[in-house]
Design a protein around this ligand. Structure first.
Ligand SMILES: Nc1nc2c(ncn2[C@@H]2O[C@H](COP(=O)(O)OP(=O)(O)OP(=O)(O)O)[C@@H](O)[C@H]2O)c(=O)[nH]1
Ligand SMILES: [Mg+2]
Length: 610
C-alpha cells in the first residue's frame, strides 16, 4: 500500500442546520480562491434553486481547497434525515469526517445516524462544536453529550480518540480551546492535515467508483468519484461496469479536479484524488470505471431502504394538458426512471395501471423535492397521499417505525402529546431545560408521521421543531383513523366568484381566491365538520331590480389559505389527489362526480355493515 500525502479527503456531516455549508463558506473564502473584494455571497455550495429557497442542502457536493502543500477535497452533505441516502452515497469518497455539533442544540437524531455511518466506513473523526458565537451556547455540556454518543456508538477503542475543535463557521474562526480568541479557520486545516489519514492507494491499473453525476450541455454526462487505483488521462480507453456486471467501452474525453467552485481541466489525475471525467455516455452512480487491463467492479454503494411511497400518475383532471409541457405517460415514465440514475434511495415501479407509477423514497420531503423539481421542469401529473411502506416478513405484516424528537415550549406539551397519541406514538423521554422549553422523544410508526409536519407547525404556531430518524420495521399495529376534517368540494366547473366563496366560508376555510378556475370534484376548502360537502363557488348573486340596503356593501372575504406543495401532499386523504402543474397545485377528489362519490360512500358503508 502507498499513500498520497499531498491530498486529504473529508466529508462534513451533521444534523440539519448545524452549520456545515456555512463552515464550507469560511473554508472557501479563507483559501483565497476568490479575488479580494469579490462579492460571493453565502451558502455557496447550496447552488440549486430549491436549496437556496429552502435554506437546506439537498444534494451532497464536492469542492476542494489548497492549504500549504495539500489539496483538501471537501464533501458537503445534507443533514436532513430524508436525504440520508446522499450521505451514504458520498461518504465512501472520504478518509475522514468533520462531525459538526451545534453548541446549543447538542447531538440530535441525525448526528447519531451520520456518526454511525462514519464508524461503519472506518473514517477518522474530528468533532467540531460549532456556532460557539451563540449567546446561549453550552459548550461543555454539548461536548459531554457528544462524548457519550461516541461511547455508545464506537465499535473500536481507537474511535474514542478524536480531536475536538470549537468553531463559529459564520464568523469564520476555529479554536482549539473554548474561550480562546479566534482568528481564522487555520486550526481546523492543521487538524485535518495532521489527523485525517492521507488516501491509501493500491498499485495497478485505473479504477474509479462513480459517486455522483452531473451534466453539461457541451461535455455531456460527467461522472464524479474517487480514483482508487491507477491514473486517468484524456483519450484513455476505459470500461464502464454497470449494476448487472455488463461492461461497455468508452474513451475518456476530459479529466477535471475541483478547486473552489470550479472544475479545473487537468492533463491527468491519480489515485487518491476525487475527480470528474467526461466521455462516458452511459453511466450510473455506483458503477465502476476501470482500465480494460483489469476491469473489476468495486463494491456498489449501499443505501438504506425507502420508507414512504406514493403514486405519480398522468394528470386526469379536466384541466389536464393546459399548463404543463410534459404530460404524457411516456414522458412521466421516462422522467421518473431517469431520476433513478442519481437519486439512489428512490425506487420506481410500474403498477397495474399503465398511467400510474409507484415512487418510493426516504420520507415526505424526499418525494416532495422530486415533485417540485419535476414541476419546475415543465411536468404536470397527479400524486397520491404518501403512505408508509409495509412489508411481509415470515408471513407477518411489518411497518416502519421512527424516533421522533420534538423541541417546543412547555405550554404545548398537552396538545402535542394528545395529537401524537392519536398517531400511535409512545413517549420515551422528556427533558425540560429549566427555561420553559422541553425536548420530547417518541417512538412512532411512520404512518403516524404522515401529515404531522404541518400539524405541529399549526399546533405550536410555527415554533415547534421536529426531527425523525428511521429505526427499523416492527409488527403492524392497526390502521389510523383520519385526523382531518371533511372538505368543501366544488360542485361545478367554472370561475370562483366572491359571492359563492362567501357562502362557502360559512361552512369552513377556503383554499382558492376569486377568479380561480375550478372544476367539479376539486377541493376548494376545509369543512368545519368531518363530512365532505359539495359547494357551488361559481354561483353569482341573483340580479334583481330592487336595490336592497345591503347590496352595495362589498363582501369582505377572508383570504384563502394557500398550501405549499408539502402541505398539500400532507393534507390529502386516500380518496384524494394532488394535481401538480408548473403553474398550479390543486387538490381534488379521486372521483370527481358527486353522484359517483356518494354511491362509493354508501357502497363502502354497506360493506362495513355486512
Ligand atoms: N450563530 C451562528 N449561526 C450559524 C453558524 N453557522 C451557521 N449558522 C446559521 O445556521 C443556519 C444553517 O446553516 P447551514 O450552513 O445552512 O447549515 P447546514 O448544516 O449546511 O444545513 P443542512 O445542509 O440543511 O443540513 C443558517 O441560518 C446559518 O446562518 C454559526 O457559526 N453561528
Ligand atoms: Mg448545508
Amino acid at each position: 500500500m502507498n499513500y498520497r500525502n499531498d491530498i486529504r479527503n473529508i466529508a462534513i456531516i451533521a444534523h440539519v442546520d448545524h452549520g456545515k455549508t456555512t463552515l464550507v463558506d469560511a473554508l472557501l473564502k479563507q483559501s483565497h480562491i476568490f479575488r479580494d473584494n469579490q462579492l460571493v455571497g453565502d451558502l455557496l455550495m447550496d447552488r440549486n434553486a430549491l436549496e437556496r429557497e429552502k435554506g437546506i442542502t439537498i444534494m451532497a457536493k464536492n469542492t476542494a481547497i489548497l492549504y500549504k502543500d495539500y489539496k483538501i477535497n471537501i464533501i458537503d452533505t445534507p443533514g436532513h434525515a430524508d436525504f440520508s441516502g446522499e450521505v451514504e452515497r458520498v461518504i465512501n469518497m472520504a478518509d475522514g469526517c468533520l462531525l459538526l455539533v451545534d453548541s446549543v442544540e447538542g447531538p440530535m437524531p441525525q448526528t447519531r445516524f451520520v456518526l454511525r455511518e462514519a464508524f461503519k466506513k472506518g473514517l477518522k473523526l474530528i468533532v467540531v462544536i460549532n456556532k460557539i458565537d451563540r449567546a446561549n451556547a453550552r459548550i461543555a455540556e454539548v461536548l459531554k453529550l457528544t462524548q457519550d454518543l461516541f461511547l455508545e456508538l464506537a465499535t473500536d477503542a481507537d474511535q474514542l480518540d478524536f480531536p475536538v475543535l470549537y468553531a463559529s463557521g459564520k464568523e469564520g474562526f476555529v479554536v482549539t480551546q473554548p474561550g480562546m480568541e479566534g482568528k481564522d479557520v487555520s486550526p481546523l486545516l492543521e487538524t485535518i492535515v495532521e489527523k485525517v489519514p492521507p488516501p491509501q492507494i493500491e498499485d495497478g491499473p485505473f479504477q474509479l467508483l462513480v459517486s455522483n453525476l452531473d451534466y453539461d450541455t457541451h461535455k455531456g454526462k460527467i461522472a464524479i468519484g474517487r480514483i482508487w487505483r491507477g491514473k486517468v488521462a484524456p483519450h484513455d480507453m476505459v470500461v464502464r461496469i454497470a449494476a448487472d456486471g455488463a461492461q461497455t467501452r468508452w474513451e475518456i474525453s476530459g479529466v477535471f479536479t475541483y478547486l473552489g467552485l470550479k472544475r479545473l481541466e487537468v492533463p491527468h489525475a491519480e489515485a487518491g484524488d476525487i475527480v470528474s471525467v467526461t466521455g462516458i455516455g452511459e453511466v450510473s452512480i455506483g458503477d465502476t470505471i476501470a482500465s480494460p487491463e483489469a476491469p473489476s467492479a468495486l463494491p456498489r454503494i449501499e443505501v438504506g431502504e425507502p420508507t414512504v411511497e406514493m403514486t405519480f400518475g398522468v394528470n386526469t383532471s379536466p384541466f389536464a394538458g393546459r399548463e404543463g409541457r410534459f404530460s404524457t405517460t411516456r414522458q412521466l415514465r421516462d422522467r421518473l426512471y431517469r431520476e433513478l440514475e442519481t437519486n439512489l434511495s428512490l425506487r420506481v415501479q410500474d403498477t397495474d395501471s399503465p398511467d400510474t407509477f409507484l415512487v418510493k423514497g426516504r420520507g415526505e420531503l424526499h418525494l416532495a423535492i422530486l415533485i417540485e423539481t419535476m414541476r419546475r421542469e415543465g411536468y404536470e401529473f397527479e400524486v397520491s397521499r404518501p403512505e408508509a411502506i409495509t412489508k411481509l416478513v415470515d408471513g407477518n405484516l411489518m411497518e416502519p417505525v421512527e424516533a421522533l424528537t420534538i423541541d417546543a415550549k412547555e405550554e404545548y406539551i398537552g396538545i402535542l402529546t394528545e395529537m401524537l397519541s392519536k398517531r400511535q406514538a409512545e413517549m420515551s423521554d422528556m427533558r425540560h431545560d429549566g427555561k420553559g422549553n422541553v425536548r420530547m422523544e417518541f417512538h412512532i410508526p411512520t404512518k403516524g408521521l404522515i401529515g404531522f409536519r404541518s400539524a405541529i407547525l399549526t399546533a405550536t404556531r410555527g415554533e415547534g421543531v421536529m426531527n425523525t430518524i428511521f429505526l427499523g420495521y416492527e409488527p403492524w399495529r392497526r390502521g389510523l383513523s383520519s385526523t382531518r376534517s371533511g372538505v368543501l368540494v366544488a360542485s361545478e366547473t367554472g370561475k370562483a366568484v366572491t359571492y359563492g366563496l362567501n357562502n362557502a366560508q360559512e361552512r369552513g376555510v377556503t383554499f382558492v381566491e376569486p377568479s380561480t378556475m375550478v372544476y367539479e370534484g376539486m377541493i376548494i376548502g376545509m369543512h368545519q365538520r368531518s363530512k365532505d360537502i359539495a359547494v357551488n363557488i361559481c354561483k353569482e348573486k341573483k340580479k334583481t331590480n330592487i336595490r336592497s340596503s345591503t347590496s352595495d356593501i362589498a363582501i369582505k372575504l377572508t383570504p384563502a389559505v394557500i398550501m405549499s406543495l408539502e402541505q398539500a401532499i400532507d393534507f390529502v386523504n386516500k380518496d384524494e389527489l394532488v394535481e401538480v402543474t408548473p403553474e398550479s397545485i390543486r387538490l381534488r377528489k379521486k372521483t370527481l362526480l358527486e353522484t359517483l362519490r356518494l354511491r362509493e360512500i354508501s357502497a363502502e358503508r354497506r360493506s362495513l355493515e355486512e
